[in-house]
Design a protein around this ligand. Structure first.
Ligand code: KG4
Ligand code: ZN
Length: 337
């Protein structure tokens, strides 16, 4: 059996990450340098600062990934890099470094779709997981419901029409005075709060739609906070967090299972930053037991942005005959289709 060593780079947002992956599933190193502390005081990611920080750290992160994997440049067989979606300047830093490596080492390169990377993170966590499966990808930038028919074969069934799920978490958290990114803080508070305390809307759209919409829910939470404080009443932050989170989860879980049952899927995969939400994982597992559907998700480090997932996606792309030319372009608005 041929063993492929992939060096992968991820710089789509505020994490500079480099990983070395053996075939598509074994992580030899996965170095993640987060810029969160730098962006936190602005309440979100500042694109220009993100690009500059990526430039400052990329070479060191690549070297660290090689050192930790105990391999050298000459051991590498393949380069993988996120080509989109993401911040254009941030993506360009990773892509330029990756192209230089592929050119200098004379090895193939794959420009990876970041969303596909999130899905492939689950292959690293669950070594025996194979398609087909139903998949929910929920992160700060995207919310997709899809059917994975093969390793590089995705059938997009639903997507958000406005805010991504993680974006809604972050905006609600901000209005509650919680730090950026707020998803993990809402998750923690929700465990202490009463999810039935406040009736927030569940936006299912029409019955047959697999699309999502979270901006109405977000507005409803902001209105609640505003009106309650205008009346001089106490806002119980944990109850707001729990009630908001439940409204998001009810829709995500219901639609994911509806699709899984429609397609006779025996497996559901959760991916993206929001897949580390404990409430989501628990609700999915409980429902999975009832419906006899197995639930898979990566550990928290592999859920949020990291280069290991990009390495896995690059490997499965390459094995499927997909390779990029050295002049491939950055695609900030890349979707899944
Ligand atoms: O996948 P990711 O690292 O970046 C994107 O590709 O967007 O996802 C980051 C998002 C943020 O919105 C963050 O608040 C959310 O994932 N997130 C969570 C949790 N951990 C991260 N949302 C809810 N609960 C969590 N435990
Ligand atoms: Zn991501």
């Amino acid at each position: 059996m041929i063993i492929l060593l992939t060096l992968a780079i991820e710089t789509s947002c505020d994490e500079t990450s480099c990983a070395v992956i053996k075939d598509g599933r074994e992580v030899l190193s996965n170095i993640i340098s987060s810029q969160i502390e730098i962006h936190r005081r602005f309440g979100g990611v500042v694109p220009e600062i993100a690009s500059r920080k990526h430039i400052e750290s990329i070479n060191n992160i690549i070297q660290e990934a090689l050192d930790q994997a105990e391999v050298g440049f000459s051991d590498l067989d393949l380069i993988g890099v996120t080509r989109g979606p993401g911040l254009v300047g941030a993506l360009l830093v990773g892509i330029s470094a990756a192209k230089a490596l592929a050119y200098g080492l004379d090895i193939p390169i794959v420009g990876v779709n970041h969303i596909e990377g999130h899905i492939c993170a689950t292959y690293i966590q669950h070594k025996d997981l194979e398609p087909p499966f139903t998949c929910l990808v929920v992160s700060g930038g995207h919310s997709y419901l899809l059917q994975a028919n093969g390793y590089n074969d995705y059938e997009l069934v639903g997507r958000t029409r406005d805010d991504a799920a993680g974006e809604a978490f972050d905006k609600v958290a901000r209005s509650l005075g919680l730090p950026y990114p707020g998803g993990p803080f809402i998750d923690k508070l929700a465990a202490e709060g009463n999810k039935d305390a406040i009736e927030f809307p569940r936006i299912f759209l029409d019955n047959n739609s697999y699309d999502f919409s979270f901006s109405g829910l977000k507005t409803s939470v902001l209105n609640y906070i505003h009106n309650t404080s205008q009346k001089g009443e106490e806002i119980v932050i944990a109850d707001v967090a729990a009630s908001f989170q439940q409204a998001v989860l009810d829709v995500l879980v219901e639609k994911t299972f509806r699709l899984a049952k429609e397609r006779n899927s025996s497996k559901i995969v959760l991916a993206g930053g929001v897949a580390s939400n404990k409430g989501l994982r628990n609700m999915m597992k409980e429902r999975g037991l009832e419906e006899n559907i197995q639930i898979y998700y990566p550990n928290s480090i592999l859920c949020t942005d990291n280069a290991a997932m990009i390495g896995s996606a690059a490997y499965f792309n390459y094995m499927g005959g997909i390779e990029s030319k050295l002049d491939f372009k950055v695609m900030p608005n890349l979707g899944l289709e």
